[in-house]
Design a protein around this ligand. Structure first.
Ligand SMILES: Nc1nc2c(ncn2[C@@H]2O[C@H](COP(=O)(O)OP(=O)(O)OP(=O)(O)O)[C@@H](O)[C@H]2O)c(=O)[nH]1
Ligand SMILES: [Mg+2]
Length: 582
């Protein structure tokens, strides 16, 4: 039996043409000639060799070895699976899928160009989805020999500076030439710096704690059939574990199959856990139907038409995140178009702890026309919007995302919003926000069945004036409603008089949008004199135009007394009710 092996996945990401594929190739061949002389390379490669996947093995570093057991054990190996991502627009979808299986990211930079648009995007994705980073400066052969070291040093410092404001501050930067001389150079031209890179990777890699609990989920990167045996899917286990005889679901095809056999590194196994690279043979289905995708414990994924997600804006994204805007939404391993609506905690729960990993339907939330950027720049904007943000943005914001077509995803999966239609030559970051899917709406008719329970409200204010006094406890107001407004809906809501009294809307008055306000505490003598002194003036001056007879004696204050009404309107309330707000 082969020795113990541990698999780690290393992503190869970077701008188009930075040399990712050349690097993956150089790493695989250099490592195999250095470390694989005992066995033919083909045997050593993982069972999965799909486009973009290659691997090499090195002896497992001592720091990663478990305490030696009894008896002699063959030397354990560390298998590094390289996940070579494309550099083009398709990159984001592929990487976000890929990034969720990556334990370490290699960011490949063309040393003659430095950071480019997609290098920056990769760095953003790395920050969202990866824990560790190594920057590889490639194509150092293109630097003039005499100035090579100085140019490498300069670019190294530049990259370190770029990383300073990221979670990868202090990550190593290493120079290489994956394919010196470029495409036309003879194959005999040896790559430079690859052995050093392998050593660096080996020293940087840590093996994340693998957790066998939770539902089984595997990202499939290759699928083929073996005559007489069944269909084989190969990939990486993202969560949970799987054993022989288990039933697994292929959600994209809506079929459940039994696990007939499994292999890791060409060796039959009876179970496998999170992080393992695995080939899994199930009873026959057409492999053409599933090129890439997910396989999972039956029923563990859900198909959602809309979702409530936490949102954090990606600072490099230019422009605001507007409610009602459409984004490409990558949910787990799928990307679809979705329309967003942003909201924040209601002012009275601003100081409550943010709800992580779940969404609380019992709370109220404040609708936002756009995502609020934290920091002083928006404090003013927040004030304008009438929010009690006391100079700081809300600690957490959410969005409702409505998908153009349903997506199948694990619970609490990563969500990334991007503008993949943006011009890829326009040097801008296409990634706009990221978050976690907190609650999926599985019902096709969620708009009627689920959304009314989402208590997101808009804060509305209406202003009018007192037209005249009826008696000590009532006034007539106008200019608060339109003629056609159904004032009945507002009856009972409180209004504030600019003179300080509190009133309650009592009833409509006439047909022109006027209304009667009851003042429970009565008008103060001062207010009364303001309101009635005007009447006298008006009475003396008379009216220029011919007034309707019943309005001729209208006591109208010269100094207007304002009436203001604040209320909440819940975005998903089908009845469009108004609810008093303080
Ligand atoms: N001079 C020189 N050319 C290199 C080096 N590495 C790669 N190249 C060339 O750069 C070009 C792009 O290399 P690839 O490996 O295909 O780049 P990539 O990053 O995988 O490209 P995409 O997958 O399309 O994003 C090819 O013509 C390579 O031969 C190097 O170290 N030196
Ligand atoms: Mg490539």
């Amino acid at each position: 039996m082969a020795g113990r092996r541990v698999n780690v996945n290393v992503g190869v990401l970077g701008h188009i043409d930075s040399g990712k594929t050349a690097l993956a190739r150089a790493l695989s061949t250099t490592a195999s000639t250095a470390a694989f002389d005992k066995q033919p390379q083909s045997r050593e490669r993982g069972i999965t060799l799909d486009l973009g996947f290659s691997c090499f093995s090195v002896p497992l570093p001592a720091r990663l070895r478990p305490a030696p057991g009894a008896g002699p054990e063959p030397e354990p190996q560390l298998q590094v699976t390289l996940v070579d991502c494309p550099g083009h627009a398709s990159l984001i979808r592929t990487i976000i899928g890929g990034a969720q299986i990556i334990d370490l990211m290699m960011l490949v930079i063309d040393v003659t160009k430095g950071m480019q648009t997609q290098s920056a995007e990769c760095l953003v994705i790395g920050q969202i989805a990866c824990q560790k980073l190594v920057v590889v400066l490639n194509k150092i052969d293109l630097l003039p020999e005499g100035k090579r070291q100085a140019a490498i040093d300069r670019m190294t410092r530049k990259m370190q500076k770029t990383l300073e404001n990221t979670k990868f501050r202090g990550a190593p930067v290493i120079p290489v030439a994956a394919k010196p001389g470029g495409p036309d150079a003879p194959e005999t031209e040896a790559p430079q710096g690859i052995q050093e890179l392998i050593e660096l990777l080996t020293s940087q890699i840590s093996i994340p704690t693998r957790d066998p609990s939770g539902p089984f989920l595997m990202s499939v990167d290759h699928c083929f059939s073996i005559k007489g045996q069944g269909t084989v899917m190969t990939g990486t286990i993202l969560s949970g574990s799987v054993s022989l005889g288990d039933s697994v679901e292929i959600p994209a095809l809506k079929v459940v199959r039994k696990v007939k056999s499994m292999q890791m590194f060409h060796t039959p196994v009876s179970s496998a856990v999170q992080g393992d690279r695995l080939g899994i043979c199930v009873t026959q289905f057409d492999p053409k139907l599933l090129e890439r995708g997910l396989v999972c414990a039956p029923g563990s994924l859900h198909t959602v038409h809309a979702a409530l997600i936490s949102v954090e804006k990606i600072p490099y994204f230019r422009g605001p995140l507007q409610t009602k805007a459409k984004f490409h939404i990558t949910v787990g391993h799928e990307t679809v178009m979705g329309r967003v609506m942003f909201f924040s905690p209601a002012p009275d729960s601003l100081d409550r702890e943010p709800v992580l990993d779940s969404f609380d339907f019992s709370r109220e939330y404040l609708f936002q026309e756009q995502y609020l950027c934290p920091g002083p720049a928006t404090a003013e904007a927040d004030e304008k919007a009438g929010q009690a943000s006391a100079g700081h943005g809300p600690r957490q914001q959410w969005a409702l995302v409505e998908f153009e077509k349903p997506v199948t995803c694990p619970r609490l999966c990563l969500v990334i919003g991007s503008r993949l239609d943006a011009d890829i030559h326009a040097n801008t970051c296409r990634l706009a926000f990221h978050g976690v899917l907190l609650h999926g709406l599985e019902d096709r008719t969620y708009a009627e069945s689920a959304l009314p329970a989402l208590r997101v409200y808009k804060l509305k204010q209406k202003h009018g004036v007192v037209e005249r006094v009826l008696d000590d406890h009532s006034v007539i107001g106008r200019s608060l409603f339109k003629k056609e407004t159904n004032i009945q809906l507002f009856v009972g809501l409180r209004v504030h008089l600019s003179t300080g009294e509190l009133g309650v809307i009592d009833s409509a008055f006439g047909q022109s949008g006027k209304f009667k306000v009851h003042i429970p505490g009565g008008l103060s003598p001062d207010s009364k004199s303001i309101l009635t002194s005007a009447l006298k003036k008006r009475g003396r001056a008379g009216r220029g135009e011919a007034a309707k007879p019943e309005e001729a004696e209208r006591p109208e204050p010269a100094q207007p007394v304002g009436l203001s009404l604040s209320f909440k309107r819940y975005v998903f309330d089908a009845h469009k009710r108004m609810v008093q707000s303080p």
